[in-house]
Design a protein around this ligand. Sequence first.
Ligand code: PEP
Ligand code: MN
Length: 340
Amino acid sequence: MIVVLRPNITKKEENAVLKEIRKLGYTPHTMRGVERTVIGAIGDELTHHTLEPLTAWPQVEQVMPVQKRYKLVSREAHTGNSVARVRGLSIGGKRVHVMAGPCSVEDEKQLMTTAHAVKKAGATILRGGAFKPRTSPYEFQGLGEKGLKLLAKARKETGLPIITELLSQDHAEMVAEYADILQIGTRNAQNFQLLIAAAKTGKPVLLKRGLSMKIEEWLLAGEYVLANENPNLMFCERGIRTFETYTRNTLDLSAVPIIKQESHCPIVIDPSQGAGRADLVQAMCKGAVAMGADALLIEVHPDPSKAWSDGAQQLTLESFGKLMTELKPFVAAAGREPAW
Ligand code: PEP
Ligand code: MN
C-alpha cells in the first residue's frame, strides 16, 4: 500500500501514522519529497488488514493499493490457461466450443427439435433456461424443475451436456442434480451467497458479467468460486448497459483480451444477450472468436417469432447452421480448432 501524507503535518502526526501501519502488520518505508512525504507500506495486502481506514485520518491525503485484490483467478496464481472440465469436454483448451439452445425451455417438442438441430450443426453443449430471471413478474418465469427434467431428457437423447441458470440458493442442489454447468446470470453476478452455493455443488460455473459491473468486480466475483474450492470457473461477457439504444446491451469484446491477461480462466461470449438482435449475432461471434474467446453461448429457437422470451435475439435452426459453417475459418485464423 502507498500512503500519501498531507503537507505541513507535524512529526508527531507522521509518527502516529507509522505506528498504525506497523500495528496492522506492514513495514513502513518513508520517502521524503520536496512537497510530500509518501510511505510505502510493505506487506501482503490480501492477508493483512487494509490500511484504507487511514484515509479518515486528517494527516493522510490518500491510500492506494499496489497489489490486485484477486488472487486465485489471477494469471499470477496459474501461469497456464486453466480448463473447465465438463463431462469429458475441455473449455479453455485448443478447441473452441459452442453452447447453443433456446433462451427458455418451453416444451418437449421445442427443446428436442432445437437440441437435435444444434448438435447436428456442431454445438457441443446445450443451453436452456428453466428458471428465468425476468424483469417483470408478469413475464414467463420458466418451467422450473419440469424444464430441468426436459433438459436431462435432451441430454440423454443427444449426448450433449447441459448448461442452465441457477437463480436461487434454495435451488442449488436441485439444479446441480440435472445440470452439467451452472450459469450465474447477469442480475446475480454479485450475489455472493449464490456464488458460494453454486461453487459448493462442485459443478462447473459460468459467471456472466453483471449489467454494470467493472471487470475488477467481475474477477472478484469469480474469486468467490475459486475460493470455495471449485476450480471449474468460466467468465461470460454478455454485454453491459450503456447509453446506446441500437443494441440491447453493449457487448464489450475488450473483455476477452483483458480477462485473458488478468486471469487463467476461460472466457465465453454470449452475443445473444450482448446484442439483443439476431441479425448481429453472426458478426459478434466472428469478432469474439478472432479475439480469443474460448466458447460462445448462443440462443437458438425453432421459431423465434413465437419464443416465450428473447425472441428478437434468437437464431433460427437454419441460420445457426449457417453461422457454424461460416465461423470455422475465423476459429482457424485465431490459431484454434473448432470443436465441430
Ligand atoms: C440468458 O442466458 O437467457 C440470460 C437470462 O442471461 P443474462 O443473465 O446474461 O441476461
Ligand atoms: Mn435469454
